[in-house]
Design a protein around this ligand. Structure first.
Ligand code: NAD
Length: 256
């Protein structure tokens, strides 16, 4: 394993089977973390576990849905039972529906709020409970988005769900700062993950991507590894005096 910025730290990454979660799991493993990787996609999770274990990483997996309280709790207790504690949570699992308010049904709204909103709330809640029990502090990184900071077209439910991520980060950061638990967020621009690659096959997807590329001042979309690097920084002790921050990883999108 290359670096040691997460050595001695037990970390839970939700939504680890693809995209930003998988890139984060790979980087954390390379930096020496003990990992609990979770996702609804059991096959993807197992493939990643084999890959990382083959490189000598300590990896456990939990197949489950972050929006279900029992599953969310199991994701956190797996770290406590397997490694004796949880030092870090990356609350990453989420779905990204792109629809206008006219296209969004009440069921669409409930689904994205349940996974992206309630799922993040639940995993943060149970992680903080365990961090407090151990009384050794900890750090949480939530996945917000440029859509959790500024308005976008065709994100009538997803965008508000990402504002929940931003809000949860700031409120929990203030709530638990005195106990040594830091809670930060990253706000990625458009990132080339499985979900974004899929867009190319959806109606209006290619046009959406072309527009988004132009809107990022760097003239390109980002790579999952570029977000993982920012997550690592916020999760690690290098960010020891940073809490409640929402760090754009967006090629300058929010700076316009
Ligand atoms: P992705 O679809 O590639 O990966 C998301 C992972 O979460 C998948 O493996 C999926 O199976 C898992 N997942 C979905 N629902 C789940 C549930 N209920 N319980 C557990 N796991 C579940 O997506 P991504 O692009 O890597 O997005 C990851 C996070 O980053 C999301 O929170 C997303 O909102 C955020 N984000 C992504 C972008 C982007 O452009 N890709 C931009 C900003 C923010």
């Amino acid at each position: 394993m290359a670096g040691g910025r997460m050595r001695g730290k037990a970390a839970v990454v939700t939504g680890a089977a693809s995209g930003i979660g998988r890139a984060t799991a790979r980087l954390f493993a390379a930096e020496g973390a003990e990992l609990v990787l979770t996702d609804v996609d059991g096959d993807g999770l197992e493939a990643l576990r084999e890959e990382l274990a083959g490189k000598g990483a300590e990896v456990r997996t939990v197949v489950g849905d972050v929006s279900v309280p029992e599953d969310a709790r199991e994701m956190i207790t797996a770290a406590v039972e397997g490694f004796g504690r949880i030092d870090t949570l990356v609350a990453n699992a989420g779905i990204i529906p792109l629809r206008t308010v006219l296209e969004t049904t009440p069921e669409d709204w409930d689904r994205v709020m349940s996974i992206d909103g309630r799922g993040m709330f639940l995993t943060c809640k149970y992680a903080i409970e365990e961090m407090l029990r151990a009384d050794g502090g900890g750090s949480i990184v939530c996945l917000s988005s440029i859509s959790g900071v500024a308005g976008q077209p065709a994100q009538a439910a997803y965008g508000p769900a990402k504002f929940v991520a931003t809000g949860l980060t700031k409120h929990l950061a203030v709530e638990w700062a005195a106990k040594g638990i830091r809670i930060n967020a990253v706000a990625p621009g458009t990132i080339r993950t499985e979900r974004v690659r899929q867009l190319v096959r959806e109606e209006g997807g290619p046009e959406y991507l072309e527009t988004m590329e132009k809107l990022h001042p760097m003239g390109r979309i980002g790579e999952p590894e570029e977000v993982a690097a920012a997550i690592l920084f916020l999760a690690s002790d290098e960010a020891s005096f940073i809490t409640g921050a929402v760090l754009p990883v967006d090629g300058g999108y929010l700076a316009r």
